[in-house]
Ligand binder design. Structure first.
Ligand SMILES: NC(=O)c1ccc[n+]([C@@H]2O[C@H](COP(=O)([O-])OP(=O)(O)OC[C@H]3O[C@@H](n4cnc5c(N)ncnc54)[C@H](O)[C@@H]3O)[C@@H](O)[C@H]2O)c1
Ligand SMILES: O=C(O)C[C@H](O)C(=O)O
Ligand SMILES: [Mg+2]
Length: 604
């Protein structure tokens, strides 16, 4: 049964944290009757009060009894819990997809209720609407497809995008996440089916950053796929052609970017899950012209840096000791290279060294092993981090992961390889010889089956004193005798919502390195020493709105300081500049949307 007292108490807790803003004024709608019921932005289902039913021409279109928001919420949660109960014996993938379906149906029908259940139950629902289940949804998207969500542009739309963009029904768009589907999590090229990722990321924007769901836009730019299985799948919904390459590819993305900023010049654009070559190239091409960032390169780097600094604190050492940590990064793609270059910059800043000297403590491994300057055809993006053979303790070019770990005895082993289980028993056991009293193991690849190791294996083989983090969630590990191995989720979800929110509310012209750096520092300093000593490096996902507000405020202040802020709404750059730190956090939190039913008023 629904417990009103519990509901009231949880709302109160939220309002104390100033997440529930006062009930906003009425909302003007330009439709009536059945059109309202079929519009998830405005639909309240049986929750329309009688006066509103009269005003909007809904009388007779709904059963007579008015059901309160709390009752609707309880009803949904009851069906969700009974689905959980009834599917207990079924395979994980079947259960996860069933849970995704029930949430997706609500999303399609009534967004206010959907986001309220999502925000209140984020710990349970994030693994469904975000990683890992979103990966499974993308893999099965063409079969699961019922209704479109977001916009789909394709190589066939060349020359049309500027007019197509006006087909989107919302006049204001604040946040856009765009993918070309070429590297979906660690699942490879999923073509048009990758649209699930922008949808999941934007759900996190609504839940964590309080972006109004009427102002978010997931975009798929379909330039073809090189996934032969999809090309041969009769249900596949994307273009049946190989991916565009070179100038042809860039011309399509250029056209889309121009179309977006022509209609919504102030929208923040997040690039997500582009294969490495285009991830770096598009970031360089657009980051000074548009207010955009690449989450896999830049968001991940900040989250990893916060974790690396946490690992130093967990050893009871001063932060400055970061400059002495030996760090092995496995995976030299968009994420791994983003992490290494950001961490190198941090070491250089802290130690007052140049970047070349700061690179010494990092060891980068890709599918061909340790990357050294002897590597033939080295990727230009990885070249600066290639080891000088004179400086590898005798390790040869292409040395294997286990060879590197045995020889270097790193403080941190961090995986962004997309290869499940690559931190095998031998590698994990070798981490027992680490020079750290609390070796850190970050298995950051997604989804769960691509994690470099499981949490259980990490604690079992590398020892109980390790610090563990994974990109997708794992349960904490029972170590026996009442001891628990804490599992952190090192996922860019702790930063991208705050980066986007801070950029939006400052009206930033572009997203600078300085803005990204303060975001990482804010996350790094969020946990207390006591928590960090227990191996807790990141906040619980239950506090994601809180950390996002803090990160958002830090990013906003950095934009102001760097004179990139042009203001947002009534708040001009001067007003932003005069806000104290506390006032900025308050400004950010009061601008977060919170799902409550608001009165609807019809206007022609
Ligand atoms: N936790 C997070 O927040 C987060 C953020 C971004 C990416 N990721 C995950 O990181 C993974 C990689 O993403 P990416 O964008 O860098 O991909 P990518 O394809 O650009 O790079 C993958 C890298 O892994 C290397 N690799 C492949 N097989 C290997 C092996 N056997 N041994 C060592 N290295 C190997 C490749 O050579 C390449 O350098 C994905 O699984 C993605 O889901 C996680
Ligand atoms: O999507 C995620 O969960 C994190 C990251 O952006 C990824 O590509 O794996
Ligand atoms: Mg990603």
């Amino acid at each position: 049964m629904w417990n009103i007292a519990r509901f009231a108490a949880s709302s109160l807790r939220r309002s104390r944290r100033s997440f529930s803003s006062a009930i906003p004024g009425p909302c003007i709608v330009h439709k009536r009757g059945a059109d309202i019921l079929h519009d998830p932005w405005f639909n309240k289902d049986t929750g329309f009060p009688l006066t509103e039913r009269d005003r909007l021409g809904l009388r007779g279109l709904l059963p007579p009894r008015v059901i309160s928001f709390e009752q609707q919420y309880a009803r949904f949660m009851e069906s969700y819990r009974s689905l959980e109960k009834n599917t207990q014996c079924q395979p994980d993938s079947v259960v996860s997809l069933a849970k995704w379906r029930i949430l997706n149906r609500l999303h399609d029908r009534n967004e206010t209720l959907y986001y309220r259940v999502l925000i209140d139950n984020i710990k349970d629902f994030a693994p469904i609407i975000y990683t890992p289940t979103v990966g499974l949804v993308c893999q099965n998207y063409s079969g699961l497809f019922r209704r479109p969500r977001g916009m789909y542009f394709s190589a066939k739309d060349k020359g049309e995008m500027m007019s197509m963009i006006y087909n989107w029904p919302a006049n204001q768009v604040d946040m856009i996440v765009i993918t070309d589907g070429s590297r979906i999590l660690g699942l490879g090229d999923l073509g048009v089916q990758g649209i699930g990722i922008p949808i999941g990321k934007l759900d996190m924007y609504v839940a964590a950053a309080g972006i109004n769901p009427q102002r978010v836009l997931p975009i798929m730019i379909d330039v073809g796929t090189n996934n032969q299985k999809l090309l041969e799948d009769r249900l596949y919904l994307g273009l049946r052609q190989p991916r565009l390459e070179g100038e042809e590819y860039l011309a399509v993305i250029d056209e889309l970017m121009e179309a977006i900023v022509t209609r919504w010049p102030k929208a923040i654009i997040q690039f997500e899950d582009f294969q490495m070559k285009w991830a770096f190239e598009t970031l360089e091409r657009y980051r000074r012209r548009f207010c955009m960032f690449n989450d896999d390169i830049q968001g991940t780097a900040g989250v990893a840096l916060a974790g690396l600094l946490g690992a130093v604190r967990a050893q009871g050492r001063p932060l400055t000791d970061f400059v002495n940590q030996k760090i092995v990064v496995v995976g030299a793609g968009s994420a791994g290279l983003g992490v290494v270059s950001t961490a190198v910059q941090a070491v250089a800043r802290m130690a007052g060294k140049n970047e070349e000297a700061a690179r010494n403590q990092f060891y980068l491994i890709d599918k061909d092993g340790l990357i050294t300057k002897e590597r033939k055809n080295i990727d230009p993006a990885a070249a600066p981090f290639a080891k000088d053979p004179a400086n590898t303790d005798g390790l040869r070019e292409g040395a294997t992961l286990v060879e590197v770990v045995k020889k270097i005895k790193p403080h941190v082993l961090l995986g962004l390889s997309g290869v499940g289980g690559i931190f095998n028993e031998e590698v994990l056991k070798a981490m027992r010889q680490s020079d750290s009293i609390k070796p850190a193991i970050f298995a950051m690849s997604n989804p769960t089956m691509k994690a470099e190791c499981t949490a259980v294996d990490a604690f079992k083989h590398a020892g109980e004193n390790i610090i563990f983090a994974s990109g997708s969630p794992f349960e904490n590990v029972d170590l026996g005798n009442g001891k628990v191995g804490h599992v952190n989720q090192a996922n860019n979800m702790y930063l991208f919502p705050g980066i986007g929110l801070g950029a939006l509310l400052s009206g930033a012209r572009s997203i600078s390195d300085g803005m990204l750096q303060v975001a990482a520092e804010c996350l790094a300093s969020y946990m207390t020493d006591e928590e960090v000593k227990k191996g807790i490096l990141y906040p619980s996902i239950d506090s994601i709105r809180h950390i996002t507000a803090e990160v958002g405020a830090a990013v906003l202040r950095a934009a102001v300081e760097e004179e990139l802020a042009e203001g947002h709404g009534d708040m001009g750059p001067k007003e932003l500049m005069h806000m104290s730190k506390e006032e900025t956090v308050k400004y950010v939190t009061t601008n977060m949307w919170f799902p409550v039913y608001i009165p609807l008023v019809h206007e022609k």
